[in-house]
Ligand binder design. Structure first.
Ligand code: 5GP
Ligand code: ZN
Length: 112
């Protein structure tokens, strides 16, 4: 399958890995939008947030637990933002479900 993040998960494209287990991979974003910016992805190819359903949703809860653990390890005690862009208007550019974790500066709200 021609999916960038599946290739990163398979190790065919290098990435700066932060965490990995049998279900998920976390790696730093190649174009960071904050001092800390990493992505957490399910190893299963789920195309977008709109493709989350009763069958595959358990990995989403696991991803949030992994994010909370990584935030502790990275000492993000001032806070962070978790973002999952969906579709064209949502700004999604890679068709494999991913959660951005942004931290290290005050993040604007609402987003542009
Ligand atoms: P989206 O725009 O779909 O919400 O997020 C995709 C993210 O993937 C972007 O923040 C982009 O910088 C990141 N990205 C795109 N290609 C690569 C890559 O080859 N390696 C890494 N580490 N991140 C990438
Ligand atoms: Zn994929």
């Amino acid at each position: 399958m021609d999916c960038l993040f599946c290739k990163i998960i398979a190790g065919e494209i290098p990435s700066k890995k932060l965490y990995e287990d049998e279900k998920v991979l976390a790696f730093y974003d190649i174009d960071p939008q904050a001092p800390v910016h990493f992505l957490v992805v399910p190893k299963e190819h789920i195309p977008s947030p709109a493709a989350i359903d009763g069958e595959n949703c358990a990995v989403v809860a696991h991803i949030y637990a992994v994010i909370a653990q990584l935030a502790k390890e990275l000492k993000l005690e001032k806070g962070y933002r978790v973002v999952a862009n969906c579709g064209e208007d949502g700004g999604q550019t890679v068709g494999h479900l991913h959660f951005h974790v942004l931290a290290g500066r005050l993040l604007a709200w609402p987003p542009g």
